[in-house]
Write a protein that binds this ligand. Sequence first.
Ligand code: ZN
Ligand code: ZN
Length: 426
Amino acid sequence: MGKKEKGRIQSIRGTRDILPPESDRWLWLEERCRCVLGRFGYSEIRGPLFEHTELFQKGTGEGTDIVLKQMYTFQDRAGRSLTLRPEGTPSVARAVIERGLLKRAKVLKLYYIGPMFRYDRPQAGRYRQFDQLGAELVGVPGVEGDAESVHLHVMLLRELGLSQFTVKVNSVGCSKCRPTYSRLMRERLSDELENLCEDCRERFERNPLRVLDCKVKGCKEVAQGVPPILESLCDECRSQFEEFKARLGLIGLSFQEDPGLVRGLDYYTKAAFEIHHDLLGAQSALGGGGRYDGLIELYGGPPTPAVGFAAGLDRILLSVEKEEVAVPPALPVEVYVASVSQAGREKCFVLASSLREKFRVEVDLLGRSLQAQMKAANSVATRFSVIIGEEELSSGIYTVRDMESGEQEKVPEQDLREYLRRRLGL
Ligand SMILES: [Zn+2]
Ligand SMILES: [Zn+2]
C-alpha cells in the first residue's frame, strides 16, 4: 500500500532510486570491492533480506538502538514475527551454523553486499534502506585475523582511490573483564544520571558502555570522567590488544587508539575498530567492526572465534566525491548503426543485432531521421557510426564514420567486424 498523492504512488520516505549515471558509480564501487575481496580470498554469501525477529533480538542485542527503535518488524500471514535485516552479521552467523559451513572448512571468509533496513531519521546520505558491504572471517582466534580484517577494510578504501581516512582501534574486553568495567561504569555514572540524555539513562541499565559513544554533549562530558576500558582489561585481553596493534604496525597501517570506541552492538569482544573519513564531519564513520567470539555460540553453534566489519557504501561514495576521485565513466557505446532512409532500417536492425555479439551497439528504434539519429549517436558519445543509405544497401559496402575526427571510410560488410575490432583496439 503506497501513499497516494493525487493518485500517484510515491516512494517510501528514506528510500531512493539510484539512477543512471549514478548507478554506474555504484557498479564501479562494487566491482572494485569484489576485486579486493577476491585478493583476500573472500567469497560471497547471499542470504535472505528478512529473518526471524529473534535472530536480531538475540544477536544484535535487546538493549541496542537498532533492536529497540530501528527495526522493520512485521507479522507475516502465518503470524510469525519477521524483520528486514538491519545488519548482516547475524544472518551470516546463522548460516554458518544452519548450513554446517565449519564442517567443510576450518576458516571461512565470507562477504556480503546489499541493502539493510533501519527505521532511522532520514538525513543527507542516510536512508532507511541503505547498502552495506560486510566481510566476516570465521574460525581464526588470533590477532592476525583482527589485523587482516582491518587491512582488508583499508585496502577496499585505497582501491577506490581514497586516502584521507583514519583507522581507530580499541578493545572492548571479553566476557571475563567487561562485566567488571560495566560495574565500574555504573558506579561512576550513578551520581551523574541527571546529566545523561534519556537514551543513556536507559543504557545505564542495559549496557553502560554505550554511554561512551553517545553524541550528546552532556553525555560526552560525563564519559570523559570515566577511566578508559583499557585499564580494566584482563591480562589476556590486554596482551591481545598490544599484539593486535603490533600486527597493524607490521603491515604498515597507522591508527589511533580511541578509548570511546565501543561499537553499537552487543556481540563485540576484544579488538574493535572503525574507519573515519577526515572530510565528512560529524557522520564520518565509513565502516567498523571487530571480534565477536561469542556470537555463533550464542546462536547454539560451537564456540567459534570470528572477526569482521561492515562498511557503509553510501558514505564511501560520498567520500569518493569529497576526495574528487575520478571515477571511470561507464562503458560507452562503440557503434551506432544509422539509416539514411526508411529503406535501410531493416538492414540496420539486422546489422546492429549481429554486431552486438562483439560490440556495444545502438540503433534507432523510433524511425527517426538521419539527422536525429546522428544527434542520438552524439549524445551517447559513440566512437563509430555505420551509415547505411541506398548505395550501401546495394553494394554491401558501408560508410563508417569516426565520430571523434569526423573521417569516413568505406568498409565492405565482410570486413566490418575486423575493422571495428582493430580501430577500437580490442
Ligand atoms: Zn578480557
Ligand atoms: Zn547520551
